[in-house]
Design a protein. Sequence first.
Lengths: 348, 388
Amino acid sequence: MDFTFSEDQLLFQDSVRDFLVNEVTPERIRASWETASGRDAALWAQLAELGLTGLTVPEELGGLGMSELDFILLAQECGYVALAEPLVHTALVAVPLLRELGGELAAQWLPRIAAGEAKVIVGLEHNLLVEDAHVADLLLLQRGERILAATPDQVALRHNESVDPSRRLFAVDVAADAAEVASGERAAELATRALDRGALGCAAQALGLAQRMVDMSVQYTSERQQFGQAIGAFQAVKHHMANIAVRLEYARAPVHRAAYSVACAEAVASQAVSHAKLVACEAANLAAKNCIQVHGAMGYTWEVDLHIFMKKAWALANSWGDAGFHKTRVGEHIFAEGAALGAGATFA
Amino acid sequence: MELTYTDKQKAFREEVRSWLADNVPAEPLQTFDTEAGFQAHREWEARLNAGRWGMVTWPEELGGRGCDLIEWLIFEEEYYKAGAPLRVNQNGIFLLGPTLMEYGTEEQKARILPKMATGEEVWSQGWSEPNAGSDMAAIRSTARLEGDKYIINGQKTWSTRAVWADWCFGMFRTDPESERHRGLTFILVPLDTPGITVRPIPQLDGLPGFAEIFFDNVEVAVENRLGDEGAGWAVAMATAGFERGLMLRSPARFQETARRLVELYRANQSSADQDPAVRDAVLRAYLDAESYCLSTYQTACRLNKGGKIGAESSTNKIFWSELDQNMHATAMSILGARAELLPHAPDASGVGNWLDGWLFAQSGPIYAGTNEVQRNIIAERMLGMPRR
């Protein structure tokens, strides 16, 4: 039993955090909102150079050959800076799905992803829309009992604007001649695992988003003076923040367990992911609610950076399975006849 | 990261399980807030200790097994699963014991710990006073050093288990000129000392689970001082840390409550579903109990590798106490009109011991530092918000 991250994993997290905090500033995010694609090719090239786009790509295909568990702390850091580039999607969803599909497709695309030359985007029927479909060099689309691989010329995209200006969402119509890469039960299994990984990515980002909102609010309430003192000295304000800290503290271990569970293909992986997604997104939503409150009217403005993080938290809460979906999955487990619950069942 | 038990841990679990299966009383003991129940629980402590299961994390020379925190969690899981009796000496074994090991002299450890382990000496707490509750630094009870004795005067209150306990540990002001947390000393007091009056206080369930203790020129040998004179605050903070921490409130307890809540919901589903919020509350209870378990394992593994508990541990007490309240509130909702009935009422079918749990759950957010005080600590020490 060892529920700790290795020195290497923690050092990697530190170095990626330093990079992201320095490079992915709120100013840079706001600048990308004004561009047509909303995406930053120079930033993507930097991420590839650090090995991040190929982190989960096998070494023989030009990647670092790491697992979902190795990436999870980095996904938290992506959330901390509200990274708009599809890095979490690449490392946790697209690459693992390509790995599982294998063959020519994997051999062709994984090296290009690792090199930062191509983006592959996965669209499941569970997702209302496909984020970043407009920058995809290849789309892996679930359609009924099939998974199709479509090139940009084989799809028609309809842009849907999100409350989070960083998110670029598209309805995707796919041409009849797109190649089928999986079908039947296998396609359904692949889609379930892809959904789990997408939800896991949301959960990890939610932890980072919540932490960022807390950090911003601690700073703001320590500086803002009313009634002759910093408003952060008032208990009512402290308790708003403490309530977030409690929920956030107890959301971390479930996310790390879910990452382990997915990486090891444990039988309970889907359930662990649903648990993680529910509690992490709930913590992030609470952070959004309480942090806008302690920012007062400033929090309600476009100018103050809080909304960059708040809006992403809101969006992620209902992406890759909303609360209803994930609660249903947990419920199917715990309300089943003879379910193994209670003391000693957690790691059984 | 490796989230599986080692063969050694699995074998340990089997050993615990098998001993408990042979030894846990078939009928639950009467509550230790009655005289007979107290005695029965004291005997259970002796039995546990005889099997060397009394305090598995204690060193072997003190009757323990030198277990690490993961083994401790495994032990607790099996203990709660087996429905074994609550620990009547928890103030001693979970709070004072670890504090003694850190601050006590060899003489004190040898004199006190073995009798604590057997349940021969049961401990109560003497911290709060009528005007020192959340504001513990406002303590006014005094201890005056005269020769080789302290002369203690004053009053303590909310002393859990004090009605039938043998000893009390607490803080007393030894420097009459001192203020706040300076000038306080941690002293261990035998409750049969002349000059002590214990007045039982009935709790919400009507039973005397705690008491007031009056001290009228009570003479206590100086060898019963724990730590240096005037250093009581630091010693007490260590004890409070154990109290809030995982030693006292291991996840197993809440996971078992969550499991029973799922069972209760399933047994009453058609009526419970009349309120759609109930199913959601059951689900949340399960998730939160699991989160608490996962976080505790993560912390325990970190500590096993030499990590330190930080300010984030202040979140612990809020999380479990509110979870416990929520779970019992949900059970009350499921039981509906039966919820108010005492278990022995003729028409109280299927109510189990939820009412007792509900009453006790009301105390969680209050004792060991109110949750409001915990929130201040989190805001100031963990998040770094301004004190003023």
